[in-house]
Design a protein. Sequence first.
Length: 328
Amino acid sequence: MNFWRLATLCELCSTASINEISGQGSVDKVAIGSLMRYKYYEGSSNESLSTLKQAEQSTTYRDSSTAHLAVDGNPSSIDTICAHTNNQTDDWWMVDLGRVFEVTTVTIINRFDDCNCGGRLDGIVYEVGIATGSWEECGRFLGPGHGVVNITTTCDRTMHGRYVRIRKIKQDYLSLCEVYVYRSSNESLSTLKQAEQSTTYRDSSTAHLAVDGNPSSIETSGNEHICAITNNQPDDWWMVDLGRMFQVTTVTIINRIDDCNCGGRLDGIVYEVGIATGSWEECGRFLGPGDGVVNITTTCDRTMHGRYVRIRKIKQDYLTLCEVYVYS
Ligand SMILES: [Ca+2]
Ligand SMILES: [Ca+2]
């Protein structure tokens, strides 16, 4: 999506085009703006996930510098309409995307006005969280931001989350004129496909829970168990049938992160790809440490094709998988 094009179109519709259209009467500029927003924001894999979503920040410099100004759809980089925290260390701004997405890229529209303070963003970290208490680093921007309007950072691995936070790691004001969060156009090949596992810890910990589309990493929700779990044995495995052959490149596991403190159970797994269930070839390994890590992403060490993906323990422990995403 081209936001500058959107801005130009909106400019046009608020001036010459509208005057032309409105020769016979009044025109609802808001309605036209909404139509354009619909056209350019919806239905595209490049749709910004953050625009018009709920935002908050740790401090607010003045009453009119609210967090929402960074997702209001207005990309202007003149300070009076940007989100703005106080001048402190560790100040942050955060957006709730509404549900979990595979987050790949964040673009900030930086301040670009008489203040000459575009360098205030030198020293920020981007974080993605399944919940607001489980942040994982996606990437950093260390500058120089002075004179740069578009600051784009791509996560250094495949990450899933509902919340995106931008946090200062040096003391300064955090000024954000607009923040665009994008997801990958890649669709997971494993979601809602047929899954099985070698053993099942209890009746309610079935293999399907790792491809049910629910990425929650809290194993127990009331009386309900929401992650796939095998028994505590060596060589236990979980497997998904992708339905047909694909090139398999990346596997992301949503690891358990709750009061159990047992995220380390995944230390020691091997990922395998098979044309058939009897012809496994290794794609890669994860040897840890997984404790406290929600997104565990492994990329195959070579080009591989297969219909089945298996995750097998190579040390004795429970194999606990809250969600497994397989990508081409
Ligand atoms: Ca804005
Ligand atoms: Ca799940």
